[in-house]
Design a protein around this ligand. Structure first.
Ligand code: HEM
Length: 224
């Protein structure tokens, strides 16, 4: 707990929890790209996940804990830095920080809101106007493929996803690099690898996440 009270401690907690959430997002998107192989492939994958039973709930608990720790540590680091400089500068000059670094503080809450919306949209099916053919997971029958396609046929839903995924791409661009720095990969020899990992993973998330709603809107992926 003493270690956590330091700002380095909080950054380590952000790095580890961020790594777990980041790992989930990459695996989740790789899994969802199976939509391009047709309904059987995606639905079989979804059924396999549901079949994990207790292990799935254990993983969900770990994911939720990581998201909560990440948000709490990020909020505390932000408040600490505001307290250290309560008045702000007369003129804001950005010297070393990138655009992605400056967007972390509004990007994070936007992504958190997106995740809540996304679960209500595709996992529970509540809150959202249900498109014809939407089958709730609670109803027992799993047709994740149709749920995704019907969901993204609504243009503004796809637009919300695309905006959130682009915000996530910026967040990861800075986050992956900071995460590696926080765990000590800060040697000049590592810098180009840090930059490479940040560009590679953030572009992968953007391409994979945008390709699915876009393919549905363009009619390349149809309901069955
Ligand atoms: C176009 C991109 C995406 C698609 C097509 C997609 C699809 C899905 C689907 C179909 C589910 C429900 C699975 C089920 O209940 O069987 C789901 C759940 C979920 N998604 Fe996504 N997703 C996308 C992007 C994202 C992103 C970017 C994040 C995180 C930032 C995310 C986080 C989650 C979470 C946390 C769950 C709940 C997992 C669980 O209940 O075990 N998704 N997604």
């Amino acid at each position: 707990m003493r270690f956590y009270t330091t700002s380095v401690g909080k950054k380590i907690v952000m790095a580890i929890s961020g790594f777990i959430v980041f790992g989930f997002v990459v695996i989740h998107l790789v899994g969802n790209l199976q939509i391009f192989f047709g309904p059987e492939t995606l639905n079989r994958y979804a059924e396999m996940l549901q079949g994990l039973g207790g292990a799935l709930w254990l993983f969900r608990a770990l994911l939720l804990l990581s998201i909560v720790l990440h948000i709490v540590a990020a909020t505390q680091v932000t408040l600490q830095s505001w307290q250290a400089r309560p008045k702000g500068y007369a003129v804001t000059r950005y010297r070393t920080t990138s655009y992605a670094a400056r967007t972390m503080r509004w990007g994070g809450p936007l992504i958190a809101l997106f995740v809540v919306y996304h679960i209500l949209h595709l996992t529970t099916g509540g809150l959202h106007p249900r498109p014809a053919g939407f089958i709730s997971q609670a109803g027992g029958t799993i047709n994740v493929y149709n749920n995704v396609v019907y969901g993204f046929q609504i243009w503004w839903t796809s637009a919300l996803y695309i905006i959130a995924i682009l915000a996530l791409c910026l967040h990861l661009y800075h986050g992956v690099s900071s995460m590696m720095q926080s765990v000590g990969l800060n040697h000049p020899r590592w810098n180009q690898w840090r930059r490479f990992a940040a560009v590679f993973f953030s572009l992968f998330v953007a391409a994979a996440g945008v390709s699915i709603p876009l393919a549905v809107l363009l009619g390349l992926v149809q309901p069955v």
